[in-house]
Every structure is written in structure tokens, then in C-alpha cells.
Design a protein around this ligand. Structure first.
Ligand SMILES: Nc1nc2c([nH]c(=O)n2[C@@H]2O[C@H](COP(=O)(O)OP(=O)(O)OP(=O)(O)O)[C@@H](O)[C@H]2O)c(=O)[nH]1
Length: 143
């Protein structure tokens, strides 16, 4: 693909009861992105990769049951010029607290329908968060 290198990752959408989405900022990075990362050789499958990455980045425990594949999205990679990131994205539930671990500098929750001018990686801003914003989250039984 035009000589660009492809970085394949698995990324997570974790939502709170208000529908906000958890984002992370890596140490030294400017932009917010989804938690997740590259597969390791001994990962059994995407959800195993995701559970491992979420624990490494946030210290949380992911539930494999109930995970929902949202799609495969790609964009120029946030922190690696000349690379394209291609992500398998899953909405998952996880038990917090969500606490920034070694390689993560910040953790926040964003409303996917109101991002404003927050610095957000293109994969998330252009693909993942719009897909998620289109999904209604019932916060009340009558919704
Ligand atoms: N995890 C993640 N990476 C993303 C997203 N969007 C995006 O452009 N990327 C880019 O994709 C690449 C993923 O590499 P990574 O460094 O997160 O993966 P990793 O934790 O497995 O890396 P490691 O090899 O340093 O352990 C980085 O260039 C990162 O900036 C995203 O939403 N989540």
C-alpha cells in the first residue's frame, strides 16, 4: 500500500454508564487514543491480546464474555510517521479502577459525540469514535 508499513493492533472501546469512552495517552505522546496494542506471538486470539494490553496499560480486568466486534479500521499511525495502523476494534467490559500504568501517562473519558478540539489520534477521531457515537447507550430503563 504505497510502501507504507502497516501496524496491526487490537483496540478497545470501554464505555461508562453515560456512554463516555475511555481514552489513554501514552508517555511522551500528544494525542489520546484507544487502549490496546500489537499482538504478541503467544496471544491465543484478539481478545487475549486485548485483555493482556488492558491489564498492562490500565491494571484492569477485561471480561471476554460479552465482547462485541465493532469493526476493522485504519488510519495514519499516531506516533509513527509513514506507518498505517490497522485495528480490530472491540467493545468490551472491564472491571476498574482504570489506573495509568508504566507506559501510559493519562486516562480520561470522552463523550464520542462531543470531542471538541481535544487532540485525538486520527483512527479514533475519524473512525472508531464516530462508529461508537452512532450506538445508543440506554442510561435509563425507559430509553
Ligand atoms: N493502541 C493504539 N495504538 C494506536 C491507536 N491509534 C493509533 O494511531 N495507534 C498507533 O498504533 C501504534 C500501536 O503501537 P503500540 O505502541 O500502542 O503497540 P504496543 O503497545 O503493542 O507496542 P510495543 O511494541 O511498544 O509494546 C502506535 O504507533 C500508535 O500510536 C489506538 O487507538 N490505539
Amino acid at each position: 500500500m504505497n510502501g507504507e508499513k502497516i501496524i496491526r493492533i487490537v483496540a478497545a472501546v470501554i464505555r461508562d454508564v453515560q456512554g463516555r469512552v475511555l481514552m489513554v495517552r501514552k508517555r511522551g505522546a500528544e494525542v489520546w487514543q484507544q487502549p490496546g496494542g500489537k499482538r504478541d506471538a503467544d496471544d491465543r486470539n484478539d481478545l487475549h491480546t486485548l485483555a493482556r494490553e488492558l491489564h498492562e496499560e490500565l491494571g484492569c480486568t477485561m471480561h471476554e464474555e460479552g465482547a462485541r466486534w465493532i469493526g476493522r479500521f485504519s488510519a495514519p499511525a499516531a506516533n509513527e510517521p509513514g506507518h498505517v495502523v490497522e485495528a480490530e476494534v472491540y467493545e468490551v467490559k472491564a472491571d476498574g479502577p482504570f489506573v495509568a500504568q508504566a507506559e501510559i501517562e493519562g486516562v480520561c473519558w470522552v463523550d464520542p459525540a462531543a470531542l471538541g478540539d481535544m487532540p485525538i489520534a486520527r483512527l479514533s477521531r475519524e473512525s472508531i469514535l464516530p462508529a461508537v457515537a452512532a450506538t445508543h447507550v440506554a442510561t435509563h430503563p425507559q430509553d
